[in-house]
Design a binder for this molecule. Structure first.
Ligand code: ADE
Length: 228
């Protein structure tokens, strides 16, 4: 999978080369490129934003600058993802869907966001015919300083679902959000007693059927406690 990320703070995205994502890049499973939006800035001051039409607080990122950054990256079968707190909720099913794509482009807005004509322009029939899709996603109902952290959240959730990225793919089998409303059961490791708290006896029993039943009950209890 090819991933392009556009931001005015490319350094913010340096963690993308660490850990699993770093390994996946070295293994050639994913190819991540971060682009500095400022390279496309216009005018003597190199600005990337301007005041909003209609008035109001804050600044809006310029369509001209974003268009210049996006034109050379967009190709057939690209998915353009605009990060905004006003987007659709990003969830595990969305991560699963996006993990099957060949090329994701993340547009990290700052300030009051990106001129809406960027979304409109790349949603036109010419682009749709080339299988180019535009999405607006939010990672949750809170407002961040910009889309950078949100894009990293999405990239991490999406790429770990690509075959070969996780060292042990079995980890994907029984994790939270795998099916609607499912939260994973609590886990324990050695020692069997820590500060007077014992690991549940059943987990030491070796009785796999009983363990599976206990885990399923615990998953339900957790879901009711944490999500109701
Ligand atoms: N930019 C600012 N807040 C955001 C959020 N919650 N999700 C995605 N992008 C954002």
């Amino acid at each position: 999978m090819k991933i392009d990320v556009i931001s005015i703070f490319p350094e913010y995205l340096s963690p993308l080369s660490l850990s699993l994502l770093g390994k996946a890049q070295n293994a050639g499973l994913i190819d991540i490129n971060v682009h500095n939006l400022r390279d496309q800035a216009v005018g003597v001051h190199g600005s990337v934003d301007d005041t909003p039409y209609g008035g109001g607080a804050g600044m809006v990122m310029s369509a001209e600058v974003w268009g210049r950054a996006l034109d050379p990256l967009i190709e057939d079968n690209s998915d353009l993802i605009i990060l905004t707190p006003a987007g659709k909720q990003f969830t595990q099913p969305v991560a699963q869907e996006l993990s099957k794509k060949s090329h994701l482009i993340f547009a990290c807005g700052r300030y009051e966001g990106i001129d809406d004509r960027i979304r409109q322009y790349y949603s036109q029939p010419d682009f749709v015919n080339r299988n180019i899709r535009v999405h607006e996603y939010s990672i949750g109902d809170y407002v961040l300083g910009g889309g950078e952290v949100a894009s990293m959240v999405m990239i991490e959730a999406i790429t770990r679902l690509i075959p070969g990225v996780l060292g042990n793919p079995d980890s994907l089998a029984e994790e939270s959000h795998n099916s609607e409303g499912y939260l994973e059961y609590p886990n324990f490791t050695k020692p069997a007693q820590w500060r007077d708290i014992d690991v549940p006896e059943i987990l030491l029993s070796g009785n796999h059927a009983a363990i599976a039943k206990w885990r399923s009950e615990q998953a339900q209890i957790r879901a009711e406690k944490n999500r109701k």
